[in-house]
Ligand binder design. Structure first.
Ligand SMILES: Cc1cc2nc3c(=O)[nH]c(=O)nc-3n(C[C@H](O)[C@H](O)[C@H](O)COP(=O)(O)OP(=O)(O)OC[C@H]3O[C@@H](n4cnc5c(N)ncnc54)[C@H](O)[C@@H]3O)c2cc1C
Length: 335
């Protein structure tokens, strides 16, 4: 059923806890209704598509139109001896979906446990954690093209997944995701590429999918602030890619600096390391700061506006650039 409300405060719809207002807020659990609604709009490009609000920073005090799909449902659509295809509605909570899969021993998303947000947003930045990215399991993404109201289905290749990026992120607001189909495996092979996960699981002689999920949850709970207590949107910045010459400079400063090869002559550098070594770990400026355990996370200590958060982030960008000649790029969607 479609529900259209006016003057809706967005405070509780974003994990940063930023005050903003939607002039019109539209919620529906039905893809056909949403397509009809989009078709009726004079300017569909003005709509902001909102999931769980765990990766947005509202800088403007007002959003003219917010569309919030709450389409539910998780179903197995096909299976073979080895694999299973599962379709989930955009409005399902991402971690509820992971929990559903783990409970049935469907493998592939367990390392992505405890990431906030919705299924509908998981392809947007190709969510990733602990050596897994969602692109490894996404089969198709069902959308409504906002300009026309037509249904368009993307296969994995068409999604153009990349590190914290996709076709949808590059074309924000052009496609409203209504459902995602995943291909998971009935054979569980633990992915312990991430060293911390291996350590966390070292007490288990036989690792089950549930062990893996619990290990991820306990690492995340230790490392990351709970947004119900301290507003944040997870990592504020992406890990930058640097060339070999720059990686050598970093290595001279710290031979232990976390650098991972990505392609010939290019390295992924830890943004957290850069921020910490530029002196920003645990720093607070007014209502905003970096988290004391994880400098990559910018937190709202209470009462911050989106502009204050953005200004603080800009200071970090400038400072890291000045010190290391590397420009950080925000991961969070600034609205
Ligand atoms: C504590 C914390 C930890 C986090 N850890 C991780 C992590 O480990 N890995 C990771 O990748 N991310 C992480 N994140 C970021 C965030 O959880 C993910 O990016 C998540 O996928 C965002 O989902 P959402 O539903 O909250 O999207 P929102 O924040 O509502 O939206 C994010 C973007 O997606 C678009 N969007 C949302 N829904 C739709 C839709 N149905 N159709 C079209 N566009 C849509 C929005 O317009 C916006 O541009 C973390 C965030 C927090 C707060």
């Amino acid at each position: 059923m479609i529900n259209i409300r006016q003057e809706v405060p967005l405070f509780s719809y974003n994990t940063f806890g930023i005050p903003a207002t939607a002039s019109v807020f539209v919620e529906s659990d039905d893809a056909t209704e949403l397509a009809d609604f989009v078709r009726s709009l004079p300017d569909p490009s003005s709509a902001f598509l909102l999931g769980g609000g765990s990766n947005v920073l509202f800088v403007s005090n007002r959003c003219e139109l917010v569309i919030h799909p709450v389409i539910k449902g998780i179903e197995v659509t096909a299976e073979t001896g080895d694999d299973v295809w599962i379709r989930a509605g955009a409005g399902e909570g991402w971690d509820d979906f992971v929990s559903w899969c783990v409970a049935r021993n469907y493998a592939g998303v367990e390392n992505l446990s405890h990431i906030p947000g919705t299924v509908g947003a998981c392809p947007i930045q190709n969510i990733g954690a602990y050596g897994t990215e969602v692109k490894e399991t996404v089969e198709t993404v069902e959308t409504i093209e906002t300009a026309t109201g037509k249904t368009v289905t993307f296969n994995n290749q068409q999604c153009q997944f990349d590190y914290r990026d996709s076709f949808f992120k590059k074309h924000r607001g052009k496609y409203l995701i209504t459902a995602v189909q995943f291909k998971l495996s009935k054979r569980f092979e633990p992915n312990v590429k991430y060293a911390g996960l291996k350590t966390e699981l070292s007490r288990n002689t036989h690792v089950t999918m549930e062990n893996m999920r619990q290990a991820v949850i306990s690492i995340r709970s230790r490392k990351l602030p709970d947004s119900a207590e301290l507003g944040n949107a997870g990592s504020f910045f992406k890990n930058p890619t640097i060339n070999t010459a720059k990686s050598r400079e970093i290595n001279e400063l710290d031979p232990q600096a976390p650098l991972y090869p990505v392609s010939h002559g290019y390295w992924k550098m830890s943004a957290a390391w850069l921020i910490r070594h530029a002196g920003w770990k645990g720093m607070q400026d007014g209502n905003v700061g970096t988290h004391k355990r994880q400098p990559l996370v910018i937190v709202n200590y209470g009462g911050a506006t989106g502009k204050e958060v953005l200004d603080f982030a800009q200071k970090i960008i400038d400072s890291v650039d000045q010190k290391f000649g590397i420009r950080l790029d925000p991961e969070v969607n600034v609205v």
